[in-house]
Design a binder for this molecule. Structure first.
Ligand code: ATP
Ligand code: MG
Length: 275
């Protein structure tokens, strides 16, 4: 088993990156039966809080700061098990010190952006998928996530954003890949609608499909109260007394099941082509 590592990105805030990263991790573990790790690289720690609630975990012992900055624990010791098939490497505000630490301890930019990649190399044997959640800025956090990843998923909001954000993201990814001599490919571009009253902007969607073709996933993340609620309660997929899934949980999780399936078929296609 060698994990495929996937960063969920966009250099814009509040477009749904963390929602996608946490939901894909949950669904991959629960419904696809894949060994899954989520690495939270955002000191806001929204993904950490969400998965901790999902696993009813009240106290997280070690975070990524221990492995990458303090160096008092191995990366494996910083893993928090969430549920069957799902692990978390948590983050907290102490990780804001990461850039300072990098500049002090590594001379070249290449060394500075490869710290996460080197640290997680060994972990890849234990997982099918590693998802990385990042803050919404071009930063040492996002550079480290990109260099550590095989693929990216790009979240964008059809209502709020033109395609410039996506273009900027891909251009930066290509620049960084070239600079660091790494391979990272886009595995999907995901349209998100995060407001209850918003509608998909067909013009933006058509333009996206024209430019990015099959990279634009057919599955759109729509606004769902249940998805909003999961931020507060943690992710759930409750079963009813009749043995079915609760319909609202199922609807919410099914979106991400479909995204995962589309992403998997894109990845399969790239990997066949590469042979
Ligand atoms: N499909 C959805 N339906 C309802 N609410 C959603 C949906 N996706 C995200 N949200 C809510 O929208 C807000 C922003 O989403 P999220 O935190 O995933 O964005 P982000 O891109 O990670 O933000 P940041 O750039 O700050 O990291 C959150 O409050 C989240 O609960
Ligand atoms: Mg986020």
């Amino acid at each position: 088993m060698t994990a495929k590592t996937i960063v969920v990105g966009n250099f814009k805030g509040g477009v749904g990156k963390t929602k996608i990263a946490t939901m894909l991790s949950f669904v991959s573990a629960k419904l696809k039966d894949k060994r899954t790790l989520l690495i939270d690289l955002d000191p806001q720690a929204n993904a950490t809080q969400n998965l901790a609630k999902t696993g009813n975990i009240s106290h997280i012992k070690y975070t990524i700061t221990n492995a990458l900055i303090l160096r008092d624990k191995t990366i494996t010791e910083c893993i928090t098990p969430i549920m069957e098939n799902l692990d978390l490497i948590a983050c907290d505000t102490s990780f804001t010190q990461f850039p300072k630490f990098l500049y002090k301890n590594y001379k070249t930019e290449k060394e500075q952006s490869s710290v996460l990649a080197n640290a997680i190399n060994k972990l890849k044997e234990n997982y099918d998928y590693i998802f990385i959640d990042v803050p919404p800025t071009i930063s040492d956090f996002s550079d480290n996530a990109m260099v550590a990843s095989d693929y990216s998923l790009i979240a964008f909001q059809t209502q709020e954003e033109s395609l410039e954000g996506v273009q900027k993201y891909i251009a930066y990814q290509n620049f960084l890949a070239e600079k660091n001599k790494i391979n990272i490919q886009v595995a999907g571009i995901i349209a998100c609608l995060l407001k209850a009253d918003s509608q998909i902007d067909n013009e933006v969607m058509n333009e996206a499909k024209e430019i990015y073709k099959d990279y634009v996933l057919k599955t759109v993340v729509t606004y769902q109260e249940r998805l909003k609620r999961y931020s507060r309660t943690g992710i759930e997929l409750k079963e009813t007394v009749y043995g079915n899934y609760d319909q609202w949980d199922f609807k919410a999780c099914n979106v991400f099941f479909n995204i995962l399936s589309e992403m998997e078929s894109n990845i399969e296609y790239f990997e066949k082509k590469a042979v």
